[in-house]
Each structure stands twice: as C-alpha cells, then as structure tokens.
Design a protein around this ligand. Structure first.
Ligand code: ATP
Ligand code: MG
Length: 272
C-alpha cells in the first residue's frame, strides 16, 4: 500500500531499558510516518511515548531497533553524522518555559539552527530568514530583540516552533506541545501546526495525552501501552472502530469530540 519512498520515517523494533530498571520503557516499537502526513502517538503517562521520541531523535541511545529517516538509517550514527541528521529531525517540547534559553533573544533562538547548519550566508541573510520564520508563526520583526520572558506561553511555543522549522526539517517531532498551555491558547497553536504542515509540507510526529488533540491533528494514530504499540491505524480506524481493548478503554475514559462536527463553530478566543 505505502511504498518506501512515501515514508519519511520508519521505526523498527525500537527497544530501550533504562539502567537499573527491570522492565523496558519501550519494547519492539514499530510504525511508519508517511511523507507530508501527521502521525499521533497516544497512551497513558509512562507508556513510553517520550522515550520513543527521544530514541528516534537520537537524544538517548536505543538498545535495539532501527530508525530510517527519508530512506537513510540514522540509529547508531557517530556524533558528527548525527549532528548533520539532527537538522532534519527537529523537536518541540512540552514546556516552552524550560526549553528556550532565557538568555537568548528570539533572533538568536530562531537563528541558531541556521547558523549551526550554515544555512544563511551572513548575519543579514540570517536575520531575514529569522523574520520570515517569525512571520510564519504569527510573530514579527518587532520581536527579534525580545527575550523569552517577554512573551506569553503561547508565544514562547510559537518561538520554539519557529526555531524548529527554520531549518526546514524532514520531520517535526512534537512531544505534548500544547499540554502546558492555557486551553484557550491550545487550539491556536494546533491550528498553527496544521497551517505549517500544509504550507511547508511538513511531516509531523505528534505525541499527546489528549485524544481530542490527536483526532484534530493527526491522520494516523499509534496507541501505546506499557511500552508497546497495541494498535495502529488511520484516524478513522482508531476513533470510529477501535479494536484493541486498551484503545477502547482509552476512548471510553474520555469523550473525544469529532473535530469535523465542530469546524463551523466560532474560532476560539485569540490570545491577547
Ligand atoms: N531517564 C529515565 N530513567 C529511568 N526511567 C525512565 C527515564 N525516562 C523515562 N523512564 C521510564 O520509562 C517509562 C516510559 O516513560 P516515558 O516518559 O517515555 O512515558 P510517556 O508516555 O512519555 O509519559 P508521559 O505521558 O507522562 O509523558 C516510564 O516507566 C518512566 O518512568
Ligand atoms: Mg512524555
């Protein structure tokens, strides 16, 4: 059905046991992300979602398994090669208060990847690229010199997103990117991700507790429980006809509104 060229990420048999732990945090995790699509990983706290993301991004070494990004095997690369690959695997984390260095301006934060990967020929070109990326996330040149503390939570997450997309990664990994934000701001950030996905053709691996969020954003869904993938399928498969008892119990625990039913509703309140 899906040939390899249409896959931006392939994960095979990913396994990780943390030192001193008896049980693996993840075991035999496998799934694919289709190019230009968004895949959501859902599961309770401790089910291994972040460990999966961190192993894929090479932030921690897996014990076993393969990670193939755009046809290239990237697990087990040495530091130098991993640094090159990292450009194409950008992450956005849950808490924009701790993930952004408070001593860096928005310009430095968004421009860092461009500098590290040599993507702008001089300071001026870099500044122009930074401004374009700030504008893509709804900020502007007026924000260049501001520090993270001068921004609201939602704006900080926009900066984190601008920082990640500035290098035009092949895959954007978002680990609970809206769960630390006010509910009124969450929808704006999710809509921003949807817009960017369409505009830039981004492929997204999206991790969330919140099933409604995954239903809104993701075309494909992987359900994890106790470190294992228990079910995977299209959004409709998982939400309309879940098969695994664990998926059924997750869905039964919280009502998950179908976003298609509510798209005509007035937009959520804008952030001041
Ligand atoms: N650095 C670590 N050292 C030891 N154990 C860890 C470490 N990181 C995670 N774990 C353990 O691995 C398991 C999976 O954790 P992980 O953070 O991947 O879950 P999660 O699905 O992301 O949870 P949450 O929804 O709370 O973010 C848990 O049992 C956790 O305690
Ligand atoms: Mg986590």
């Amino acid at each position: 059905m899906t040939d390899q060229a249409s896959l931006i990420l392939e994960v095979h048999g990913l396994t990780k046991t943390f030192p001193g732990r008896a049980k693996p945090a993840i075991a035999d995790v496998a799934f694919n992300v289709r190019r230009g699509s968004s895949l959501g990983i859902v599961g309770e706290s401790g089910s291994g979602k972040s460990t999966t993301a961190r192993c894929i991004a090479g932030l921690i070494p897996a014990d076993k398994g393969e990670v193939v990004l755009d046809g290239r095997q990237i697990d087990g690369l040495d530091r130098g090669l991993m640094r090159q690959v990292r450009r194409h695997l950008q992450m956005v984390f849950q808490d924009p208060f701790s993930s952004l260095d408070p001593r860096m301006t928005a310009e430095e934060l968004v421009g860092e990847g461009l500098l590290v990967h040599g993507l702008a020929k001089d300071k001026r070109a870099r500044r122009e690229a930074v401004v374009r990326n700030l504008e893509l996330v709804g900020l502007s040149a007026a924000d260049l010199e501001r520090y993270p503390r001068a921004f609201s939570g939602g704006q900080r997450q926009r900066i984190a997103i601008a920082r990640a997309i500035a290098v035009r990664p092949k895959l954007l990994i978002c680990d609970e990117p809206v769960s630390s934000l006010d509910v009124s701001v969450q929808a704006q950030v999710l809509n921003l991700l949807l817009d960017l996905k369409a505009q830039l053709g981004l492929s997204i691996l999206f991790i969330a507790h919140d099933l409604a969020v995954v239903r809104y954003l993701c075309e494909d869904v992987v359900v994890m429980n106790e470190g294992r993938v228990v079910e995977a399928g299209s959004r409709d498969d998982i939400f309309d006809s879940p098969r695994h008892p664990y998926t059924k119990s997750l869905l039964a625990a919280v009502p998950v509104p179908d976003p298609r039913m509510s798209r005509r509703r007035a937009p959520l309140k804008e952030e001041p």
